[in-house]
Design a protein around this ligand. Structure first.
Ligand code: PHE
Length: 437
């Protein structure tokens, strides 16, 4: 027997994994990359990647984690002592966690600042232009973003120190459903604005002439980023899941919830983008310059703005916690550090990297691009190949049926992770290098 913490209920598992998946990736990144990449066509490709590749890769990670009862780095040592090569997934995963969490905390810091602005009623009564200036001034300054980055990292470290059951699960269970409700209300308001139709068309009517190799790559990267797959986050969670849980059901539910929230964020944002004359390709500030305009037109706007930004901070927190957890699991399982020391060390290093992201936008963009469009899909290839070709069919079957059901989809799953997913990802990569297509 091992004495790892386990999630106490099925709802807890799904809520915590969904807590990792749902975050700034859905509400901040999805709308802004969709806006930069032409709208509806990007959306379609994104959906295709989520369900054809994302769900199988997520399932593969859950299998690895639960089978090994280890964080991703140790997992490959246990499962594949002969294939040392696969331990690179763990190393890439830890590195990716560092890259992501450093720019992620910067954006999360923006949301903390916006929560405080909303609380002080400082977003109210401003024109769309003034709101755009406000964001530009803030995000181009140095000290305030650094301050809020540190605040956010501190919050993340505090939750991680609390341990799995007491920390993550407790927060995720109550707050994620609340966020969903607020976003739905925002959607309704956004759709009711005059001029909203254009935004709906932008999001849902694909213009296939907009598809380029780069658009496909960004959609792939966003699918991985949003689902938290390709670096071992989900595998680490998998190691805390009981044998009686159905892994397929977990992967499908989490992916469904994640996609739902991204789509709703799109529906909340794009109608308003067009109604207020904001550019859909405004970049990383899109959410911050769009949503305050909606709040300003709403009855109870003060309440909704405070609630929304607070919940966004918390959604970001349940994701950042899962990123820091990868690093902490590595430091504790592999380097023998105590949980507290590991957390402080990880958080400190990420603050340092985050400061570079604040000062040098190129570093921010570089970290964001490299982690989502390169490292996560690369990790995805390795994870799929490993489960498909090296783990062994019996072990895979065993994990998929451990809850007592029959995995009738086993063949299809194996076909996807052995062949379809790795080849599809490789084609997207090669196409972007200009080697094919
Ligand atoms: N999926 C998270 C989000 O959408 C970000 C994340 C990526 C978290 C990778 C963990 C691992 O905000």
């Amino acid at each position: 027997m091992n004495n790892r913490d386990v999630f106490s209920s099925k709802f807890g598992v799904i809520a915590a994994a969904a807590g990792s998946a749902v975050g700034l990736g859905n509400i901040w990144r999805f709308p802004y990359v969709l806006g930069e990449n032409g709208g509806g066509a990007f959306f379609l490709i994104y959906l295709l990647f989520i369900f054809a590749i994302g769900v199988p890769v997520m399932l593969s990670e859950l299998i690895i984690g639960r089978r090994a009862q280890k964080s991703i780095f140790g997992a490959f040592k246990v499962l594949a002592p002969k294939y040392g090569f696969f331990q690179s997934v763990g190393i890439i995963g830890v590195l990716t966690a560092f890259l992501i969490l450093s720019f992620y905390s910067v954006v999360a810091g923006w949301t903390v600042e916006y929560t405080i602005l909303a609380l002080g009623n400082n977003l109210a009564d401003k024109s769309p232009d003034q709101l755009a200036d406000l964001f530009a001034d803030f995000s181009n300054s140095i000290w305030r973003p650094i301050f809020y980055l540190i605040v956010f990292m501190g919050l993340t470290a505090a939750v991680v120190i609390g341990g799995i059951k007491n920390g993550i699960e407790k927060y995720a269970k109550i707050l994620m459903p609340l966020l969903l409700v607020i976003i739905i209300i925002l959607c309704l308001k956004s759709l009711s604005l005059s001029g909203s139709r254009e935004g709906v068309l932008f999001l849902f009517r694909p213009d296939f002439s907009k598809i380029t190799g780069n658009v496909v790559l960004v959609a792939l990267g966003q699918a991985f980023f949003s689902l938290s797959i390709g670096m071992g986050t989900i595998a680490t969670y998998g190691s805390y899941i009981k044998k009686k849980e159905n892994l397929l059901q977990t992967a499908v539910s989490v992916s469904f919830i994640d996609t739902l929230i991204a789509v709703l964020a799109g529906v909340a944002i794009f109608p308003a983008v067009f109604a207020f004359g904001i550019q859909p390709d405004a970049g990383p500030g899109l959410v911050f310059v769009t949503l305050p305009n909606i709040f300003n037109q709403m009855a109870g706007g003060y309440f909704f703005s405070v609630a929304f930004f607070t919940l966004l901070v918390i959604a970001a927190l349940t994701s950042s916690v899962s990123l820091l957890e990868v690093v902490v699991a590595y430091f504790t399982d592999e380097l023998g550090l105590k949980r507290k020391q590991a957390t402080f060390l990880g958080a400190f290093l990420m603050i340092v990297l985050g400061i570079f992201c604040v000062i040098y936008p190129k570093v921010f963009n570089g970290f964001e691009w490299t982690s989502s469009n390169l490292l996560l899909p690369l990790g995805g290839i390795l994870i799929s190949l490993f489960v498909g070709w090296f783990l062994g069919r019996n072990k895979v079957k065993d994990e998929l049926e451990a809850h007592g059901g029959k995995a009738i989809y086993l063949q299809v799953f194996l076909f996807i992770i052995k062949i379809v997913a790795p080849i599809a990802i490789a084609i997207v990569f090669l196409n972007n290098l200009g080697l094919i297509g």
